[in-house]
Design a protein around this ligand. Structure first.
Ligand code: GLN
Length: 491
């Protein structure tokens, strides 16, 4: 079997025993990117020379048996939202098109310290605003299962790169579903950790009270491995949680006997795709057969989640994006007049239309006279949504839902209709508002061959339990062994 298809835990063994070298492995992935990325368009930047240099260093560590981690020598990619020293970090925006950060994000630092090899930076919706990567200022990434469809977003480049085996794993970010929804659309595993579990330092800010980084991988074990490396307290991020990081792979050994699986009635709604519902119900049955105890729960404020999110997220975005003024860094368009003119021209040319829409919405809801009616109200309802989960988690240990109400949609199908696009986040958004962890794993393929995702939500800092449930399901199914046909498949 070609090495690019193998899971991280196997590759890590092979690297340690000297069966393969990190340089060989990295070259294999760089070749794969050359072979398929012309069709998928997952990468904005491929860091060929840097990757090979990191691989050489990793090989040296492996030879000397010096501080080896499960990621030493393993090639991964990063959503282009993470600052990388000396490598462009564009956030898929014209305004940061030529921005080269002077420092690494903490997530990047941790990966490098663990000896991981960074292959490149992946495409996304501009500033992580979107659900399809169609809002990238550069190009749209395509779904490896069907090149006429979107890979989801905003971490669509990461999910499709993992799916097409253009890296072993990728780090995405999730503000309202941007790790889980693309993972679901691409048939891979995406984990959004508890808010504060992973440092946001050096991650370009969209909505700071919601943003969280996490792994996108091809299986649950790899998700646990990557999370163990990137999680942890960081003094440079005041909202990062100071709690010990367990070895998340240790949770995979336990079964789920007696574990209470909550099914929220508000998540099985009118208008949901039939095949999606079928597969999710089958998955719940399987968890029951594996020893789980299924209980009905209610999250009564779910219907307000989208409205709350699009008020809170846009308000925070309008404030965060005020820094792009052409003065300190990024694009500067001089304009014909004074300083104000320069600001205007820079922001007009630098931002795409979805980003502008969000800035305007956010500015509106924060302005005097509207603040109480919109932003404050939304913050209050957000508290109710969080309490819904606290209440539900008294009756169950995890909550299981579909990740997305539909399978991946066609390129162009929803771009003209932002409201429909926003509605695709209906199942993923509450988790961010409540700050709890959630994972999406593949749980079926439609008759058209499109992946369906299962979402498992857990209590704050209980990533271990959602990984354990995900792993139990994965062990009993074969979905994670399917690969899209890109000319070469594992033998
Ligand atoms: N699709 C949602 C949005 O457009 C979520 C994005 C995200 O999680 N970054 O805001």
């Amino acid at each position: 079997m070609d090495i690019i298809f193998r899971p991280i835990h196997e590759l890590s063994e092979a690297l340690r025993s000297g069966d393969i070298s990190s340089v060989e492995l990295t070259e294999a992935f760089l070749r794969r990117i050359k072979d398929v990325d012309g069709r998928i368009h997952a990468y904005i930047t491929v860091m060929e020379d840097d990757a090979l240099r990191m691989a050489e260093k990793a090989d040296e560590r492996l030879r000397k048996k010096d501080a080896i981690s499960p990621l030493t020598g393993i090639p991964v990619s990063l959503k282009d939202i993470f600052c990388t020293v000396n490598t462009k970090t564009t956030c898929a925006s014209r305004i940061l098109e030529d921005f080269v950060p002077p420092y690494d994000a903490t997530v990047v630092r941790r990966l490098k310290d663990a000896g991981a090899v960074i292959l490149g930076k992946t495409n996304m919706d501009e500033f992580a605003m979107g659900s399809s990567t169609e809002n990238s200022a550069f190009f749209t990434t395509l779904n490896p299962w069907d090149l006429g469809r979107v890979p989801g977003g905003s971490s669509g480049g990461s999910a499709s790169a993992v799916c097409a085996c253009e890296c072993t794993a990728s780090i995405g970010t999730d503000t309202g579903g941007s790790i889980r929804q693309p993972a679901s659309f691409c048939g891979v595993v995406g984990l959004k950790p508890t808010y504060g579990r992973v440092s946001r330092y050096g991650m370009v800010a969209f909505a700071s009270s919601l943003d969280q980084a996490g792994p996108i991988t091809r299986n649950v074990t790899d998700s646990a491995i990557v999370l163990s490396v990137i999680a942890g307290h960081d003094p440079k991020d005041a909202t990062s949680i100071d709690a010990p990081v367990p070895d998340y792979t240790s949770f995979l050994k336990k079964d789920i006997k007696g574990l209470r699986i909550g099914i929220p009635m508000e998540y099985f709604i009118e208008g949901m795709d039939r095949e999606v519902e079928e597969y999710v119900r089958k998955a719940v049955d399987l968890l029951k057969e594996s020893g789980g105890e299924v209980v009905d729960v209610s999250l009564p404020h779910t219907e307000y989640a989208i409205s709350v999110y699009y008020l809170v997220a846009t308000a925070e975005a309008s404030s965060n994006l005020a820094r792009y003024d052409g003065v300190k860094y990024g694009l500067r368009v001089k304009g014909r007049g004074d300083l104000i003119d320069m600001y205007k021209e820079t922001r007009d040319r630098g931002f795409g239309s979805e980003v502008k829409r969000r800035i305007m919405l956010g500015t509106y809801s924060l302005s005097a006279g509207y603040y109480d009616a919109y932003y404050r109200k939304a913050s209050q309802v957000r508290t109710l949504i969080r309490r819904d989960f606290e209440e539900a988690f008294r009756r169950c240990d995890v909550i299981v839902t579909p990740t997305s109400p539909t399978p991946p949609f066609r390129v162009g199908e929803r771009v003209e209709d932002p409201l429909t696009m926003y509605l695709s986040d209906v199942f993923t958004i509450s988790c961010n508002l409540a700050g709890i962890p959630g994972i999406s794993i593949p749980c079926g393929f439609t008759r058209d061959g499109l992946p369906v995702g299962l979402q498992i939500l857990g209590r704050p800092l209980d990533e271990g339990t959602i990984l354990r449930v995900a792993y139990t399901y994965e062990q009993a199914t074969e979905w994670h062994r399917r690969y899209p046909d890109l000319g070469e498949r594992p033998s």
